[in-house]
Design a protein around this ligand. Structure first.
Ligand SMILES: CC(C)(COP(=O)(O)OP(=O)(O)OC[C@H]1O[C@@H](n2cnc3c(N)ncnc32)[C@H](O)[C@@H]1OP(=O)(O)O)[C@@H](O)C(=O)NCCC(=O)NCCS
Length: 435
């Protein structure tokens, strides 16, 4: 058994009694109350999910296994010659809750390398799709196309004890994660680089190999590592993570679950917002004929967008109530590597003027920038100008967190998800509205 799987097995054995005790002895203890506005309003803020992989504090932002983003970046072992940690080491942290040493990170990297070969039929299928297919649709299709590879399905069909579900789920999860960078890079090169595919380099780590297969030079390998880590998880209630968990709760395998997760991520209010940001900024750039707008000029663009009934992409959040630390991390990267890049300057001005305007308008509960406000600019700077592709990068990262969650869902025996719905008439009655 691999070091990671062995370690995880021990953690699971230790953890199971906690969940069992809560359920058996404290199952009737109330966690919260639910209001009509929450029922109509997308279940916002209802505490009805559980995960130990990450927690989102509205004012502090995300913590992965208890660590803030700066702590994660500082504590995890770095790839030699790079500023960023091994993505594989980060996955070890997500899965086990322990910070790996370099030895453990390298062992996970080896595990990924053993599993990275993508079956040829996936590439053939992608080549058959219409050229106008969105990269997210291609990505989702490629993942579900591999469903017949599921180890979980084979073992389940042969008769598998519930306590053992996590083992083959772990195999499926690692098999899939190891293949995602090659599939993503293939989609990019097929769609935008005339199908000129670059083969994987078995010497490289996940982030390094991805940059190599994309055909983008250093320090894009660090951009990839940073991007995958920052986008990996944001607790369980966001659309992509929740979709992955929901589909997996029916005991659908990791391939079905992650393909569905990608579909949720493809929406403009979720993962697609990073390309919306860039589209919006490019529009401003065109009108300004490339000149950096003054704060007054930028204010006008922001108000025009709001007055036409549209949102300012990259600002606001369903849970967060301050500047997203994932934004801050990327801003620091920009300040170090591309401080004078015009598009970064645009983002900088936008950052200064937008929050006060959103506050003045008084609608958005959070006027501060989110993860998407900055990320497209970094990609553009390194030559990845095809912004339809950006959400695929998000998807590779998000899969790390969702796979870790699904493995733990299986380990702790979480049941099929089934909230209850009520009718409008029932709510009117609860509210005491007289007909
Ligand atoms: C992220 C987002 C979908 C959260 O939605 P939410 O939880 O419903 O947000 P709120 O509760 O603050 O929304 C209240 C109102 O403020 C508006 N609002 C929120 N963010 C806004 C923004 N960035 N620009 C303009 N208006 C905004 C909403 O559209 C809503 O208006 P309505 O009452 O007319 O429907 C929303 O902030 C948004 O659309 N942001 C822009 C897209 C984006 O950056 N998405 C990436 C998220 S990581």
């Amino acid at each position: 058994m691999s070091v990671l799987k062995d370690k995880l097995g021990k953690k699971i054995e230790e953890w199971r009694p906690r969940t069992t005790k809560l359920l058996k002895d404290y199952g009737d203890v109330k966690v919260g109350e639910v209001t009509i506005s929450q029922v109509i309003g997308g279940a916002r803020g209802i505490k009805s999910l559980t995960t130990d992989i990450s927690y989102l504090d509205p004012f502090e932002g995300i913590r992965f296994r208890g660590f803030t983003i700066p702590e994660v970046m500082e504590k995890l072992p770095k790839v030699p010659g790079s500023e960023m940690p091994y993505v594989e080491g980060f996955f070890y942290l997500l899965l086990t809750g322990e910070v790996p040493g370099e030895k453990e990170a390298l062992e996970v990297a080896e595990e990924f390398k053993k599993r990275q070969h993508v079956p040829e039929y996936v590439f053939n299928m992608l080549r058959q799709l219409p050229p106008e297919s969105h990269p997210m649709a291609m990505f989702s299709a490629a993942i579900v196309a591999m469903q017949s590879e599921s180890v979980f399905v084979k073992e389940y069909d042969a008769g598998l004890n519930k306590m053992e579900f996590w083992g083959p789920t772990y195999e499926d999860g690692l098999n899939l994660l190891a293949k995602l960078p090659a599939i993503a890079a293939f989609i990019y090169r097929l769609k935008y680089k005339n199908g000129d595919i670059i083969k994987a380099d078995p010497k490289l780590d996940m982030g390094g190999n991805f940059a190599h297969m994309m055909g983008i030079k250093k320090p894009y390998d660090d951009v990839a590592r940073m991007y995958f880590i920052l986008h990996s998880d944001h607790e369980s209630g966001n659309v992509s993570a929740h979709t992955g968990h929901l589909v997996a709760s029916a005991l659908s395998d990791v391939y079905y679950s992650i393909s569905a997760m990608i579909d949720g991520l493809a929406g403009p209010l979720h993962g697609l917002a990073n390309q919306e940001v860039l589209r919006w900024l490019q529009g401003v750039m065109e009108e300004m004929k490339g000149k950096i707008p003054s704060e007054e000029e930028m204010k006008k663009f922001v108000w025009d967008t709001l007055n036409s009934g549209q949102v300012i992409p990259g600002f606001g959040h369903a849970v967060l109530r301050k500047t997203d630390p994932r934004y801050t991390s990327q801003r620091e990267f920009c300040l170090k590597h591309l401080p004078d890049y015009p598009l970064f300057k645009y983002v900088d001005v936008l950052y200064k003027v937008t929050p006060p305007i959103l506050l003045e308008q008084g609608k958005a509960k959070n006027p501060w920038p989110n993860v998407d406000a900055q990320s497209g600019v970094i990609q553009w700077y390194y030559g990845l100008t095809e912004y339809d592709f950006y959400t695929v990068l998000f998807g590779v990262g998000r899969a790390l967190g969702v796979v870790a969650n699904i493995i733990w869902d299986r380990a702790l025996g979480y049941p099929i998800e089934r909230p209850k719905s009520i009718t409008t008439a029932m709510m009117e009655e609860i509210a005491g509205i007289k007909k």
